[in-house]
Design a protein around this ligand. Sequence first.
Ligand SMILES: [Zn+2]
Length: 353
Amino acid sequence: MNRYLLFLLLLLTHTTYAANHCVILQYHHFSDKTPTITSVTPKQFDDHLDYLQKHDFTVMALRDVALSLKHQLELPEKCVSLTVDDAYISVYEEAYPRLKKLGWPLTVFVNTEAVDKGINVAMNWKQMREMSQNGVSFENHGFGHIHMIRMKPKETDRQWLTRVGLDIQTAQRRISQEIGIEPTLFAYPYGEYNPSLVSLIERMGLAGFGQQSGPAWPDANFGALPRFPMAANYANMKSFITKVNTLPLPVTKAEPIDSLVKPGHWRPTLELQLAPGSYSKNNLRCYVGGSDKVDIIWSETKNDSVSITPQFDLKPGRHRTNCTMPSNRKGRFHWYSHNWFIRKENGDWYAEY
Ligand SMILES: [Zn+2]
């Protein structure tokens, strides 16, 4: 092999993780009158779009991102995809006109019962049909917006799977009937999933999306691809700029695969196996529930394997372990996130919100 080829090969292997990825953003409301926890203000959204435009980001439709990742096609260097959960009216009133003007695509995950019931904070099918003519895709977010992994008392595994399968199929049918295009993507309500639900989504031929953060890349789990939630403090410009510029942390295996924590195991350990490579291991930072009181231990026997454990008990609720590592590109971080669903001591679920 001549020296030029060797250099090219080294360059390619060194830049693979950085090159092929896309940052998927997840919004809900675009309003200053809705709950902060699920909202960005129209002004904040303007700032987000301005930044993407001024810094030459390519805003891709989520279907195209999923297909490109699946078939290992090259994505643009600065790839972002915009998604919304829940089909709230402010999507039609605020986000849609702005994106239509820019000619940028948007993907909306619809929980169809809210639309069929005509609740006043939801868009109606007529508005959504108009949007679908102008760059907006409508995908599956289930029918009743249920906590899918919560089994009912005395429900068997089979009964549970039938019930959640029906909920997903109902939304699939209603969106196909009203919009005329069958969904190929699914977003888990509340970002809650388990391995059985992921298999179901894959058997239905859908790509799944969670609410754990991090850029999507070809080796990510297609049954639960990551998205960065954009609301409240996560949506300020500093946080937005960091996130749209993230690179994947090349995790080839994460354990446990089930985010549901057994009662009593209040300090769950996350084990990550990274692809072979050179990492700035000492600079891996992990936070659990926003706290850096976390033990990060690199394996002495397995290369590039690390275990991450909070030094404190996690309380009932949804939590995330977020890990970042500086990349060799100035100011840009590798990012990976993992969900934890912690029930109460007696096995009861935490309050819904
Ligand atoms: Zn939702």
